[in-house]
Design a binder for this molecule. Structure first.
Ligand code: RP5
Length: 163
């Protein structure tokens, strides 16, 4: 059975990264979530990727901060799409995690979201799965309609339009 695999480098990433899990949950997408680090638990990370892939992981979301090599390591060990979430909070205004995630060598891509972009990582994972799941595609279209309706309602509560 297919699922999305969410990895993060530290427990300190959890509160933000769980927002990706919440999105998957909202769309009824199965997921795994694990704390494992490219640096502190390199062997465990590689073993997990291999196991997850065998069990049916279709998309990996990897979140890490500072010298953020987790997404790159995942990408090195799978040809499934890897979505990187550079984590905020470093002394370098998070440019370190952004650049570590985004600057991959040719041929080993990761799709890097915004700094702290866990919610969009969740959405993008759903969009990838929706390529061959019509029900998910419909659910995404409904979600877009709801976003628009909310925006219009928000505007109506404050807007001033001149004749
Ligand atoms: C990274 O270092 C983690 O992904 C986290 O974002 C950052 C800080 O980790 P802790 O020192 O809080 O465990 O590896």
């Amino acid at each position: 059975m297919s699922f999305v695999s969410i990895l993060m480098g530290s427990k300190s990433d959890y509160e933000l990264v769980r927002q990706a899990a919440d999105i998957l949950q909202n769309f009824g997408v199965r997921y795994e979530l694990i704390i494992t680090s490219a640096h502190r638990s390199p062997q465990r990370t590689i073993e997990y990727i291999k196991k997850a892939e065998k069990k049916g992981a279709e998309v990996f979301i990897a979140a890490a901060g500072m010298a953020a090599h987790l997404a790159g390591v995942v990408a090195a060990h799978t040809i499934k799409p890897v979505l990187a979430v550079p984590m905020p909070g470093s002394n370098l205004a998070s440019m370190d995690s952004l650049f570590s995630s985004v600057q991959m060598p040719r041929g080993i891509p990761v799709a890097t979201l915004a700094i702290g972009g866990a919610i969009n990582a969740g959405y993008l994972a759903v969009q990838i799965l929706a390529l061959r799941d019509e029900k998910l595609a419909q659910a995404l279209l409904e979600d877009r309609k709801m976003q628009e309706a909310k925006l219009i309602a928000d505007s109506k509560s404050v807007e001033i339009i001149l004749d």
